[in-house]
Design a protein around this ligand. Sequence first.
Ligand code: M6R
Length: 361
Amino acid sequence: EKGGHDYFMLKEIAEQPRAVADTLRGRLTADGLVDLDLGGLDLRDVDKVYVVACGTAYHSGMVAKYAIEQWARVPCEIETASEFRYRDPILGPGTLVIAISQSGETMDTLMALRHAKEQGARVLAICNSHGSTIPRESDAVLYTHGGPEIAVASTKAFLTQLVAGYLAGLRLAQERATMDPAEVTRHLQAAPAQLTALLDTMDPVRKLARDLSAAPQVLFIGRHVGFPVALEGALKLKELAYMHAEGFAAGELKHGPIALIDDATPVICVVPSPGGVLHDKVVSNIQEVRARGARTIVIAEEGDEAVRPYADALIPVPPTPALLAPLMTTVPLQILACEIAAARGHDVDQPRNLAKSVTVE
Ligand code: M6R
């Protein structure tokens, strides 16, 4: 049932090219536009978007925020679902609330969406489980076609949530004529093959995991959409390896967290595509942590030679447009967490204290 893999998590990581392809299937037209079946949900006159979600789904929502604002030029906030309704957010008929949930049964997310509906907002669900409560109570649903996810740690659901968030952002952009979606959709269509190629290069990451398994803590840094990837990498390590792990926006390091760095601390650095200003800033951050003794594990685009001198270990990923990079950069972090947890002797698929679906508030 694990398809020859040691854990469901590894099976589900390996399924990601298929899961991404299935989530795209039938949703792109021949000329690169986005064609979503949103039933009666009208996206015209949306003047504000809130994304609400928990855990890994929240991290996918952070990426969606960046994509929605950049492509559709509509203000978008991402909020932890458990906080949303308790601060009485300002919602109305022009508000679109996007609730992201793999299970469709997460109580915090469900309560946030019920609150949004009571306040007159439109609600779009991004969900993996057909017929679950969150899509049933939403105005429309964009299903992720990940297939059943058994491991408690979310992997393929995350990548497919990213894809669904991109599709929603492109659909909003199409509505508002703010960009040509074809510039992005042709890159989305390339992602499954790129993921297959990336998964074939993970042996050094497995070896690295064994080296890192005794570290007292692991820090993750990233910028732009690399920031949510850093948070996701740290969450995976916490939940599976029970290690202290933190993700930071790399620019925040100097405001406090850099005091955590010592020569026993590996820092995993998610580097933006070369060519942009943020790339150079992250390279500087890598130099800063290395100067303080950290061992740097650098995830960067193939051919990024500028990072090489500062990388104690370099994990290359296939090139993508900046906003799509999390589809690639997340994968080595999933493998690292899984293999570190296994090296520490933990139950990878059933970590302590956690449930696959959290149905209490
Ligand atoms: O089913 P959901 O997507 O609503 O679940 C949300 C979180 O509970 C979930 O992503 C959790 O953080 C995962 N265990 C992370 O791997």
